[in-house]
Design a protein around this ligand. Structure first.
Ligand SMILES: Cc1cc2nc3c(=O)[nH]c(=O)nc-3n(C[C@H](O)[C@H](O)[C@H](O)COP(=O)(O)OP(=O)(O)OC[C@H]3O[C@@H](n4cnc5c(N)ncnc54)[C@H](O)[C@@H]3O)c2cc1C
Length: 576
């Protein structure tokens, strides 16, 4: 059996695992991260993208609130290209009254969250999409965070500091010798190969699945799997985050991000067996639209692009049975101390926006066991792509990309601007003033170029169309990959050395997209889906291409057989 060696092996490539991976690499430890699918394909890729100020938790969970505001400031400093500093409003509607507002403001003051009380007119001026019936509003420093980008930036930095990423690799067991965890057994999900990674510390960062890894060592944890559904609107309705100023409930946050707005969430307890079969129900869509349009009435007329849901990895340390009261705080378990099992650490709970802090806590535990003295530097070192100032990014003025300033560039501002918006100063690696080939647009909705796709394949470990979607936003726009998916699949197959099948990756991508579109098929969305079907099936015949490709392959095989047989016969004749 193949065996790899490291100081630390991290299981799980969500934001938390990616953060641990970066922290370990920056502290000089030889680190390997294993992820059973792609990075950010778990809960990290299925959330609201809210960079909490902490205000949402000030009344129910002041500890989480204080954690949030600290990390809010840190992430704005180290991850500028993954964050929009939109600020947020907590609005009170006539049915809410104003009594909650006072508790809310007091709670914010206790947690150190700055507030500004606004009149309804001031709120409407700042955010014209907000419900004009509001009776009060408070401004707080909420923002938005792109979960895919921040995970990818952490992984990129870790790899640039010597780390090894193994995607499509599932941890299937722990290696335990003499009461000490000494590594993991893995399975390559593509080839089925089993192999081992020997390491002095194993860090379990598998979020909602962390109980499974713990069970490999006969340990257990009381997870509370809380499922939440969200809807993506077809365009960006709001500039600021809009929250309801009341006890947290369904569909009370509207988050803008990139080109869209996201309304969420619901909250339902699900069993562990339901983690792999998550679907948004009609009832959830109804609640999200009905309640969401109370925040911004324009929502009722907007197109819904897709629906999705995820599961919060909450740990029920103590609870009254309702998931909204379980702490969103992080849970770090050093199994050496809690279960007399050295070599294993579990980090779970928390939130996307506290991923860095969670990583720091878990890595601090690991270095204590490994005798490493290097301190954590992730709170001060900017991530790759985060070196540009906000002004540089928004004005495109002094941004030097590929050796020229964006201001003097002859490229359309959308091309260079989108590249910088998504990848910060790293856009210089693929935006080339003099290369029409690189700057050709592949996805018109999100302005993704051929150069960006190849950069994601070469530098960001994208191996399929769905991976490319997570790295670049290709196929995420209003047409949901109608034409760009085909172009990108061809490009991907050409550019990878490991024989990617363009049809396979295209089919997977379309099926994955379909899951999100299906619950919201009406009006314009239905028309677009029908049009996509005509293009992909009627014009390109995608459904039958696989069959044709198989027939063609068989025909080649048969010809090859005949050719070999003919040669053999001729050779025999000649010999005779
Ligand atoms: C509906 C919803 C809305 C949310 N909104 C927000 C928000 O607005 N802001 C915020 O800050 N937080 C939000 N959260 C919380 C946040 O999304 C999560 O706390 C966070 O993403 C968890 O990240 P993680 O890395 O710990 O877990 P995950 O992202 O789930 O990562 C765990 C990874 O482990 C992998 N894995 C599992 N088992 C194995 C194995 N055996 N071998 C290898 N790999 C394995 C999985 O494939 C997965 O990729 C929301 C959550 C939900 C559900």
């Amino acid at each position: 059996m193949r065996r790899l060696e490291a100081d630390v092996v991290i299981i799980g490539g969500g934001a938390t695992g990616a953060g641990v991976f970066r922290d370990c690499c920056l502290r000089g430890m030889r680190s390997i991260l294993v992820e059973r699918n792609d990075i950010a394909s778990g809960t990290t890729g299925r959330n609201h993208g809210l960079l909490h100020s902490g205000a949402r938790y000030v009344v129910t969970d002041s500890h989480s609130a204080a954690e949030c505001i600290r990390e809010n400031r840190t992430l704005k400093h180290i991850a500028g290209h993954c964050i929009e500093k939109t600020d947020g409003l907590f609005i009170s509607l006539p049915e809410d009254g104003l009594s909650y507002q006072q508790d809310f403001i007091n709670g914010c003051a206790r947690a150190g969250i700055p507030t500004e009380i606004l009149t309804p007119q001031q709120a409407l001026q700042l955010e014209p999409s907000v419900n004009p019936a509001l009776i009060g509003a408070v401004r707080i420093p909420d923002g938005t965070i792109d979960p895919f980008r921040i995970t990818s930036a952490n992984i990129l930095d870790a790899r640039e500091h010597g780390g090894t990423l193994l995607s499509d690799t599932k941890a299937v067991g722990l290696i335990i010798r003499m009461g000490h965890v000494q590594g993991i057994q893995c399975r390559d999900q593509r080839t089925g190969e089993l192999f081992e990674i020997r390491a002095r510390q194993v860090i379990n960062a598998t979020g909602a699945w962390c109980h499974e890894v713990m069970e490999y060592a006969d340990l257990s944890v009381d997870m509370y799997h809380s499922r939440g559904a969200l809807l993506i609107m077809g365009h960006r309705l709001n500039g600021m985050v809009i929250n309801r100023c009341r006890k947290p409930g369904d569909a009370d946050i509207l988050v803008p991000g990139d080109t869209v707005s996201v309304i969420g969430t619901t909250s339902t307890h699900v069993g562990r067996h339901e983690l792999e079969t998550l679907e948004v129900t009609d009832e959830e869509v109804r609640v999200l639209l009905e309640e969401g349009s109370k925040l911004a009435p324009e929502m009722m007329n907007a197109r819904v692009l897709r629906a999705y849901c995820g599961v919060r990895p909450l740990v029920s340390l103590s609870s009254d049975g309702s998931d909204r009261t379980i702490s969103r705080g992080l849970v770090a378990i050093d199994h050496a101390e809690s279960d007399a099992l050295p070599g294993l650490i579990t980090i779970t709970g928390g939130k996307l926006m506290t991923y860095r802090l969670m990583a720091e806590v878990a890595t601090d535990m690991a270095v204590r066991h490994l005798g490493v003295s290097e301190k954590c530097s992730t709170a001060s070192k900017p991530l790759p792509g985060a070196l540009l100032s906000d002004q540089d990014k928004s004005k495109g003025k002094n941004v030097q990309v590929g050796g020229y300033s964006l201001a003097d560039s002859s490229l359309p501002k959308t091309v260079a601007g989108s590249a910088v918006y998504r990848h910060g100063e790293r856009a210089k690696d693929f935006v080339k003033e003099d290369s029409k080939w690189c700057n050709a647009v592949v996805c018109e909705c999100e302005v993704v170029t051929r150069g960006e796709i190849l950069y994601a394949v070469d530098q960001l470990n994208a191996r399929s169309l769905s991976d490319l979607r997570r790295r670049t936003r290709v196929g995420m726009g209003p047409c949901q990959g109608e034409m760009c998916a085909c172009r990108t699949a061809g490009l991907l197959a050409e550019s990878r050395s490991d024989q990617i099948d363009a049809l396979d990756t295209l089919q997977d991508f379309i099926e994955e997209r379909w899951k999100g579109v299906r619950p919201v098929l009406w009006g314009d969305g239905l028309r677009e889906a029908e049009f996509s079907y005509w293009v992909q099936e009627g014009l390109l015949g995608l459904g039958s291409l696989r069959q044709q490709a198989t027939c063609a392959a068989n025909a080649v095989d048969t010809t090859a057989d005949h050719t070999t047989a003919d040669h053999t016969a001729q050779d025999e004749e000649r010999t005779a």
